[in-house]
Design a binder for this molecule. Structure first.
Ligand code: NAP
Ligand code: MG
Length: 504
């Protein structure tokens, strides 16, 4: 009999019926997904646990890859790069794989959503939105293989010059736990569109959906070795992957300190390294804005995924004349949240992903108090089972306080006042992070002035926290050096080659 992952039995009696496909998945010890050796255990048989953040209980077990397993995966990806089934197919065929994968994701939406929800505590309604976004993302990238064009370059006679856009090679993709399958799609989509092959390493905390996605890719016939998934700890599996000599590109999304480490390990080998890191999004509300819309949009974006979102608008700048009104509106929006079991259809605020994350968030609330912030809403952990935290609004924050400077990664909003546009701009731009910013105003001139001058790889006007596959996002400075989504992301997975011909 196969070793059991847990106890899916513990979930069979759940108040909300969980799909059999989901239960079967968590019931099995999940193996590595390597071309030619699918769903196999690590060479040394080691596994690690997936924990359900809603209860703190073990959900299932997953293979912990060894350095040797990583080598097998990268070798498979390198072989696939040269295989006629991948290298020689038409761009339209490559596109079709991505469209087929999008269809498969749609068909398996509920299973993927349940797995994401169980594995990392995301409310099921938000997980469904994520999976819908994943299928949209694959459809978007499916449009690209047939449109990646090179250039004809004007050069002196008698030469003929052109520039080709070619795949880079084996891409290593390392993702964080907060949007596991979304981040996987952000990397797999452009990598495959451009003709590369991929070895992915999801975060240990939430590896399930990436493994499931790989199974879907296999089901739609993606050739062996084009997409591989190795699971296990970043320090071991991640570093083995990004330092492997056959890996040509590294795409990492995660925290800024780990991003720094990624650059240290991968850069000496001259790999192309993209890092998407943390953020401290400034969200500025002017008195002329539609305040109800601003409060509702801001609350949605800050409480989504319990605030564990890189672009979450954690710093809310409000003009001093509307501070009380905005605090009141935000408190009303926050009161609409339903905290509870992530699998419950009514839940809009689930647990934090781990006990460690809960401890971090609580310590920041203590720091906020010590630094003179006023806890206007929430501030406490909830219950004894699972890792729940109240949505917390800290008023009277100064932009120099630690809660306004450091990434907390939880449901904590800092509210800061400003006197005029220049001050708002200066405060918003004062951050080591440089990922995104938002402004709420009905004044078109002001909107244009500020979108030019606000720092960040993405600026929203009268909305916040929204992404679309058609427009790229990404950070500068401590928030990273790359772009995901949009045309720029596709180019990041190509290398250019110039060709100079003497036709005489
Ligand atoms: P993290 O701790 O930096 O981990 C990210 C990934 O890197 C995980 O898969 C982790 O594996 C792996 N890793 C850790 N140490 C490594 C090493 N030495 N070598 C190679 N890989 C290593 O981040 P997280 O806590 O999962 O995610 C939260 C962070 O991600 C936040 O800072 C957030 O802002 C950021 N984020 C940024 C974006 C963006 O687009 N800018 C999007 C989402 C999230 P293990 O955890 O399994 O060890
Ligand atoms: Mg988990």
């Amino acid at each position: 009999m196969a070793e059991s992952g847990t106890g899916a039995d513990a979930y069979r009696g759940h108040c909300r019926p969980i799909g059999e496909r989901t239960l079967a998945f968590i019931d099995r010890v999940q193996g590595l997904r390597i071309g030619g050796a699918w769903d196999q255990q690590a060479k040394n048989g080691a596994t690690f646990e997936s924990i359900d953040p809603a209860t703190g209980r073990v959900l299932g077990r997953i293979a912990a890859a060894t350095v040797e397993d990583v080598d097998v995966a990268v070798t498979a990806a390198a072989a696939a790069l040269e295989s006629p089934e991948w290298r020689d197919i038409s761009p339209a065929r490559r596109a079709q794989y991505l469209f087929d994968l999008a269809d498969a994701v749609d068909e398996h939406l509920e299973t993927l959503a349940e797995l994401e929800s169980l594995d990392m505590g995301k409310p099921i309604v938000q997980a469904r939105d994520d999976i819908g976004g994943v299928s949209l993302t694959f459809r978007y990238y499916g449009g690209w293989p047939t449109k990646i064009e090179g250039d004809i370059n004007p050069v002196r006679s008698p030469f003929f010059g052109m520039t080709l856009r070619q795949p880079i090679g084996v891409c290593a993709a390392i993702t964080p736990w907060n949007f596991p399958v979304v981040m996987a799609a952000h990397k797999i989509g452009p990598a495959l569109a451009a003709g590369n092959t991929v070895v992915m390493k999801p975060a240990e905390i939430s590896s399930y959906t990436t493994l499931y996605l790989a199974d879907l890719a296999r089901e739609v016939g993606l050739p062996d070795g084009v997409l591989n998934v190795v699971t296990g700890a970043g320090r071991v599996v991640g570093e083995a992957l990004l330092s492997h000599e056959l890996v040509r590109k590294v795409s990492f999304t995660g925290s800024s300190p780990v991003g720094k480490r990624i650059l240290e390990v991968a850069s000496p080998q001259m790999k192309k390294v993209s890092v998407e890191l943390g953020g401290k999004t400034a969200n500025i509300v002017f008195p002329d804005a539609d305040l109800r819309k601003a409060a509702a949009g801001s609350a949605d974006a800050i409480w989504e995924n319990a605030g564990q979102v890189c672009i979450a608008p954690t710093r809310l700048f409000v003009h001093e004349s509307i501070e009380q009104e905005m605090l009141q509106l935000l408190a009303e929006e926050t009161a609409k949240l339903t905290l509870g079991d992530p699998l419950d259809e009514a839940t809009t605020l689930g647990p934090l992903v781990s006990e460690k994350q809960l401890d971090t968030v609580r310590s920041y609330v203590d720091i906020a108090r010590e630094e003179g912030g006023e806890i206007a809403v929430g501030g406490e952990a909830v219950g004894t089972e699972g890792f729940y935290m109240q949505p917390t609004i800290v008023a009277g924050v100064d932009n120099d306080m630690r809660v306004a400077r450091e990434e907390i990664f939880g449901p904590v909003l800092s509210v800061i006042t400003f006197r005029d546009e220049e001050e708002a701009l200066r405060l918003a731009n004062t951050s080591e992070y440089d990922l995104a910013a938002a402004i709420w105003t009905r004044d078109l001139s002001r909107a244009h002035r500020l979108t030019q001058r606000l720092r960040g790889g993405l600026v929203w006007v009268n909305t916040v926290g929204k992404l679309d596959p058609g427009i790229s996002f990404g950070g500068h400075h401590l928030s990273g050096n790359s772009r995901e989504l949009g045309r720029e992301s596709v180019l990041e997975y190509t290398k250019s080659k110039s060709v100079l011909i003497d036709p005489s």
